[in-house]
Design a protein around this ligand. Structure first.
Ligand SMILES: Cc1ncc(COP(=O)(O)O)c(C=O)c1O
Length: 387
């Protein structure tokens, strides 16, 4: 029987009194939304990541949609992403009327394979089927090989959106993930299991002023008060115009207050995640498992810690760990195997690396408030079930 009292979850937010006070302060003041806190949060996110501009939105899913719209993704366009991601990475393109395709993963990094991308781009060029954009996913918090990806995308004039839902707090080549050094736009998530939380929330980052203006427009009903974006003159101080079909993807000041307060703790959270990941690697190295690679040059945000079990033992080990109160999980079922995507024409066998990885992958608990005792319990349980 599972021990529900001390179950260890796979992920958990950390909210302290300071965070609570920041939210209460907004509740006791004039604006619950569209006040001064969202702009402060946006500025703080831009400063932290090094991107020029940030637009806060109500989820990363909204942010990915906005990023696709900002790049002009529309009916008839093609967008490619990784099959090993949450479905939102692919859905954003579908919302715009584009078709989606996938690039298989690299078995070591679990991010999209640069070689697979290179081959696919060359074939697509010959067939005149190049994508408008690719959505690269910094899976588990470790950056994709952005320099190589950007070189290829520049050659074929393909836009780059970074799905950095897992990546806030990580770095690539001395830059923070989200800096957009090698991408048109990057999207963050503040869902509770992510690096920081605003309950629900996300942000769209860019260094390009036009993409920033377009992101803001699509996230706010396509409505503008900026004379330069209007058709014809203003009719008065109250005047606004809808100049595009946008959405209400705004973040509220309540959510932003939590996010802004959490941002102060981000580096501490990431250091703790990194320490726990290193400790797992050390304590699990004698077991018959594939451990995540530790890249010394770049810093992972360690959103999740994933082991791969050899010989297809994953399902049994998953069940045995749950039985011992260990909240394991699986990230992710390859998107192209989802019934919705199968109906779009994808089949089992299309992306073999992603499918093999999925058969073996198991996410172990990892969150900033995890204690050494809790981690020891996970390791002890794994030792028992693999004995
Ligand atoms: C890689 C990735 N992209 C996008 C999302 C969507 O994030 P949100 O829940 O903020 O919409 C998630 C959420 O799990 C994710 O893991």
């Amino acid at each position: 029987m599972s021990k529900s009292v001390d179950n260890i979850p796979y992920g958990k937010h950390f909210v302290d009194d300071e965070d609570v006070a920041a939210v209460v302060d907004v509740l006791q003041n004039r604006f619950l939304t569209q006040g001064s806190i969202v702009p402060k949060f946006e500025k703080a996110l831009a400063t932290y990541t090094g991107a020029n501009y940030a637009t806060a939105v109500n989820s990363a899913t909204s942010g990915l949609h906005v990023a696709c719209l900002a790049l002009g993704v529309a009916n008839g366009d093609r967008v490619w992403t990784s099959p090993i991601s949450f479905v939102a990475s692919a859905n954003s393109a579908l919302y715009c009327g584009a078709t989606i395709d996938f690039i298989d993963i690299d078995t070591e990094t679990r991010n999209i394979s640069v070689e697979a991308l290179e081959r696919k781009l060359a074939n697509a060029e010959s067939a005149n089927l190049l994508p408008k954009a690719i959505v690269v996913v910094h899976f588990s918090g470790a950056s994709c090989q952005m320099q190589e990806i950007a070189k290829l995308c520049r050659k074929y004039k393909v836009g780059i959106i970074e799905d950095a839902a897992h990546g806030l707090g990580g770095s690539y080549q001395q830059n923070k993930i989200g800096s957009c050094e090698y991408a048109d736009l990057a999207v963050l998530s503040f869902h509770p299991v992510k690096s920081i939380t605003s309950a629900e929330g996300g942000a769209v980052l860019t260094n390009d002023e036009t993409l920033f203006e377009r992101s803001k427009l699509f996230a706010k009903h396509g409505v503008t008060r900026d004379l330069e974006q209007m058709e014809g003159p203003s009719e008065g101080p109250w005047y606004y115009q809808q100049v595009a079909l946008g959405y209400n993807y705004r973040l509220s000041d309540l959510h932003a207050a939590l996010g802004l307060s959490q941002l102060k703790k981000l580096d501490g959270f990431i250091n703790k995640r990194q320490m726990l990941a290193q400790r797992y690697n050390q304590m699990l190295k004698h077991l018959p498992l594939t451990l995540p690679t530790m890249n010394n040059a770049d810093k992972s945000a360690w959103h999740v810690y994933i082991i791969e079990l050899n010989e297809h033992k994953r399902d049994a080990i998953y069940a045995a760990l749950v039985e011992r109160g260990i909240g394991v999980n699986v990230h992710y079922i390859p998107i192209h195997l989802q019934p919705y995507f199968q109906k779009l024409g994808f089949s089992r066998g299309d992306f073999p690396n992603a499918e093999n990885y999925y058969q073996n992958a198991l996410t172990l608990p990892l969150f900033p408030s995890m204690t050494a005792d809790e981690q020891d319990r996970v390791v002890q349980a794994l030792n028992e079930v693999l004995a």
